[in-house]
Design a protein. Structure first.
Length: 187
């Protein structure tokens, strides 16, 4: 495998066109932003590269909602989650530890996906989901029904995102070095 020296590349020789999923947590994501993405920006200013930590978008958003709900009730997040567990509610709080990196036109597709409006059909589906949860868990306190709805919404949104990502083949990588080599050797 040939490893290209970043200093020998020119913006004209790069034609990014990849989708990658990198295993990593917050520390790996921070290192990726500070080292690889910054270098790409410096060396190849005309090329688009986007990185998105999956847990940051879905898991952290859900936990932020749980924090707000718990604070509103006068309790902590751990109390709220334990209360849900005591009521046999399954909340999907597993970490994915995946970082999605897209290059080239795939960045445009990602931005379009993120910005797309929620249509009337989607709003109606959310209403039905809320109604079903309200009915199914009517014996639960209202705050736990809200938590169930937030969890359902998170799970659905995350699945739709993975459906979008998997429309084109993604290459799974295990290290930042592998990712940097792939991105700088794309043709």
């Amino acid at each position: 495998m040939q490893v290209m020296n970043i200093n020998q590349t020119t913006p004209q020789s790069q034609a990014f066109k990849g989708r990658y999923i990198l295993n990593g947590d917050e520390k790996v994501f921070a290192k990726l932003k500070e080292e690889v993405l910054m270098r790409i920006g410096q060396q190849c200013s005309r090329k688009s590269v986007a990185a998105l930590q999956i847990d940051d978008v879905y898991r952290r958003t859900f936990l932020s909602f749980a924090d707000s709900l718990a604070q509103h009730l006068g309790y902590s997040r751990s109390w709220l989650l334990q209360n849900a567990k005591n009521h046999n509610l399954e909340l999907n709080l597993d970490r994915k530890n995946e970082i999605l990196v897209m290059t080239g036109n795939d960045v445009v597709d990602l931005l379009k996906y993120i910005k797309k409006d929620v249509g009337e059909k989607e709003k109606f589906k959310r209403f039905l989901t809320l109604f079903k949860i309200q009915w199914k868990y009517k014996s639960l306190p209202p705050y736990l029904r809200e938590l169930c709805f937030a969890n359902s919404t998170k799970t659905t949104a995350e699945q739709k995102f993975y459906d979008f990502v998997n429309q084109k083949q993604c290459e799974k990588l295990n290290s930042i070095e592998d990712l940097a080599n792939k991105i700088f050797s794309e043709k």
